[in-house]
Every structure is written in C-alpha cells, then in structure tokens.
Design a protein around this ligand. Structure first.
Ligand code: PLP
Length: 421
C-alpha cells in the first residue's frame, strides 16, 4: 500500500480544530446511492462478476451520439475517435446510430482491428505513424476485404516523413492517400508554415502512381476551457490558419470540396455548428463523457461509463494503522471520515461518483483501496461503489469486457481492444 499525501480534508485540519477555527470544518458531503446507482448495485450484486468491472449505459450513450451528430449536422462528416471508444461493438453502435463510416485511429494494432471489422470504414490516422508501424499494418493485413488504398488517409507532418511513405509505397507497390497535419495553434506538430505545403504537394503530385493528397487535419484542443463561440478571437485565429492552408492548396489547382478537412474534438466540436471551414469533425470521448469532459460545450452530454467495484471489508469506524489518536481526531473533525471500507482494486484514473462524498485523498492501493464515507452512507460488504473514469482511452482497457446496461438491465458484454503496443 502506498501512502499518498496526507489525508485530504482531515489531518491538516486537526491543528486548526485545536486552535478553535471551527468555521473551516468540512461539510458532510455524503449521501447513499442515488436511485440510478442503487439499481445498478442490485443488478451487479445479482449478476455482476464480483470484481472491478466497467459498465456502459447505452441509453445514455445513444443520447450522447444524438447530441454529437446533431452538432455536426448533415453537411459535415462525423468522424468517430477510435482510441476513446476502444471496442468493436461499441464503435459499431455509435457508427450505426450516427450513420457514419468515418473513423480516426491512433494506434497500429487498432488499425488492423478496424480493417478486419469495418472494411467499409474511411480511416484517418490521428497521428503520424512511424514508417515501421505503417509497414507492420500492411504485413498484418492478410486477406481482409479492406482496401487500404481507398480507405486509409495516412497522416503526414513533415517532408521527411512523406519521403519515407513514398519509399514504402514503392517498396510494397501500394497507393497511399496522404492527409497533412497542420498546426492551427496547438503546437503539437504538423505544418506550422504555409510555404512548407508547396513542396509536400509537389512531391505528391510528381508521384501520383503512389500518393494522392486527401486533405488536412488541424486539431485545436487549446480552445477547451475558453467557453468559446465562433467570434472568439482564438477560434477566429484557428479558422484563419486553417483557411490559409485550404487556399494554398486551392491555388495549386486542388478542389477543396474533394478533401477531408478534419478538425475539432469532443471539447470543441460544438463551436463549429455554423461554420463550414472544416467538413469533417472528430469526437470520441463525448460519447461516454469521462470526468475530464465535464466541459462547457458538453453540458448536454451524460456520463455513460462507470467503474463498479465491490466493497470487500467494512469498518463501522474510520481507523488508521497504529495511529489511533490521529484517526480519532480526523473522525471527529471531518464528517466524511466516519466509516471505513476497503474496495476491490483501486488507484484508477477515475473519481468516485456514488455513494457521494467519498474524499479523494486516502492511502492508494491498486489491490485494496481504502475509502471513507460519512455516517449518511451505509455500505455493506459486497455492495458496489462507482467511479467515473477521468478519461476513456486507457481506463477502458483495464477491466476486460464492458458490461452493457440498457433500460436498467445488464444485457450484454462487449470486448475491448487488446492493448498491444
Ligand atoms: C487529432 C485528434 N483529433 C481529435 C481528438 C479528439 O478525441 P476525443 O473526442 O476523444 O477527445 C484527439 C484526441 O486526442 C486528437 O488527438
């Protein structure tokens, strides 16, 4: 067990209590499971696996798909971010409901899984793959009906990488579509200077047996947190930069209407409802809404993904190993440190959501994490505790199959991708 910082609202305030600063005393934030989680608790106690598991609520998921699809509108393409929804049946559900076959992929093993499971998909890489990863993709492709020449847009950020891809295309005798990453202010790579585009486009044109230019990708999460709308100066700057690249391509005879002009992510997609600069908007996390996505443009989206884990041990009274006077002081000072429980697993990238009022900072353990609650909460051994992941892409891969909930029932299990790279 690893001892993290001192016990949050508790220990640091013991001295203050002694000094009579009672005004600072923490409120009792505890409350039992809401109806939603009480029901899920009963379902899991009856049919759950008895170990930590990830539950996806597909009624909420469908609601979120509708919100995102409405925001993208009918004139643009909604591109589903695979890394944030790493499960074939989950992706299938989202793609069917949103009526899109467009995906954004960030990981070579996932790219092969997508090729196998979604031969109809149009796949844009979300980051430039090292050339050996691109090579591995072709090697592992086998006899799947997927047509990489027509269905993949490889992301290229430099002239040097383009030359590598050209060599690979020649070596394998394949044709590759090339989408160019542009820097619209994030400064995470991509073309920063518009002049650099000319040489890239020339190389592509001169090697049209192997390469074709398919568009741009300009991601702009730096706009998150600005509560920005289209007339915000930071948004105007992003769009101006983007348009400059489009115009430059147009000046060489390229028709922008034929291009994939991708941008945005869950945090920012809603900004562009009334703008047509980009015709292809990406989002993944908005569909399940982890806590990092409790942001301005996602207020209509609902949390749809929960870690559920059983209580292994329950103590009526909060205690600490050996230090009984410290435990006593904390217990009497902070009403959220009255009951002590040990849960199965822990230390995930996640926040407790139900029962309410579980303080964040306790001892951390990936094996048996202690948690405390107020007296308003009365969990029993085998009850479940629920957390919301802070993000989906890594956390969703840590629990095995997803448990699928619909209309308040557990109806299915969905496998997730294997994290192999
Ligand atoms: C290039 C790119 N586009 C879009 C996204 C948005 O993904 P999400 O909607 O899951 O935040 C990301 C996230 O990292 C990204 O890197």
């Amino acid at each position: 067990m690893k001892r993290r910082s001192v016990l949050g609202g508790g220990l640091g305030l013991v001295g203050a209590a002694a000094g009579g600063a009672l005004l600072w005393r923490p409120d009792d934030l505890g409350s039992p499971h809401s109806e939603y989680f009480a029901r899920l608790n009963e379902l899991l106690k009856r049919d759950g696996p008895g170990h930590p598991v990830m539950v996806i609520d597909i009624d909420r998921m469908n609601h979120n798909v509708d919100v995102v699809a409405r925001s993208v509108g009918v004139k643009k393409t909604y591109r589903v971010v695979v890394k944030s929804l790493p499960s074939v049946p989950l992706l299938r559900g989202v793609m069917e409901r949103a009526r899109t076959d467009s995906l954004m992929v960030f990981h070579q093993p996932f790219l092969n899984e997508i090729a196998e499971n979604f031969p109809q998909a149009d796949v844009l890489l979300g980051k430039p793959m090292p050339i050996s990863a691109a090579k591995s993709f072709y090697k592992k492709l086998g006899n799947t009906p997927f047509d990489p020449a027509g269905k993949i847009q490889w992301l290229i950020d430099t002239q040097q990488r383009l030359e590598q891809y050209l060599s690979l295309a020649r070596e394998l005798g394949v044709h590759m579509r090339i989408n160019v990453e542009i820097d619209v202010g994030l400064h995470r790579g991509g073309l920063a200077k518009i002049e650099a585009l000319d040489k890239l486009l020339k190389t592509i044109k001169e090697n049209s047996d192997y390469l074709a230019f398919s568009g741009f990708m300009g991601y702009e999460p730096q706009l998150t947190g600005l509560r920005a709308s289209l007339d915000h100066p930071a948004v105007r700057k992003v769009l101006e930069t983007y348009r400059n690249f489009i115009d430059r391509a147009k000046s060489t005879g390229i028709d922008p209407d034929q291009l994939t002009l991708n941008g945005a992510g869950s945090h920012t997609l809603a900004i562009y409802e009334k703008d047509a600069t980009m015709n292809d908007l990406a989002a993944g996390s908005a569909i399940v809404k982890p806590t990092d996505f409790d942001t301005f443009h996602l207020t209509d989206n609902q949390p749809a993904l929960f870690i559920a884990t059983p209580v292994l041990k329950a103590y009526g009274k909060f205690q600490l190993p050996g230090e009984s006077w410290v435990a006593r002081s904390i217990r009497s000072w902070d009403p959220n440190y009255r009951h002590l429980y040990y849960i199965y697993g822990g230390y995930w990238k996640a926040r407790f959501v139900s029962p309410a009022g579980i303080p964040e900072s306790m001892y951390s353990s990936t094996n048996q994490q202690p948690i405390t609650t107020s007296e308003r909460v009365d969990l029993a051994v085998d009850d479940y505790v629920f957390l919301r992941p802070t993000q989906s892409e890594l956390v969703m891969l840590q629990f095995g199959d997803l448990l699928v909930m619909k209309d308040g029932e557990l109806i299915d299990t969905w496998p997730v991708f294997h994290q192999t790279g």
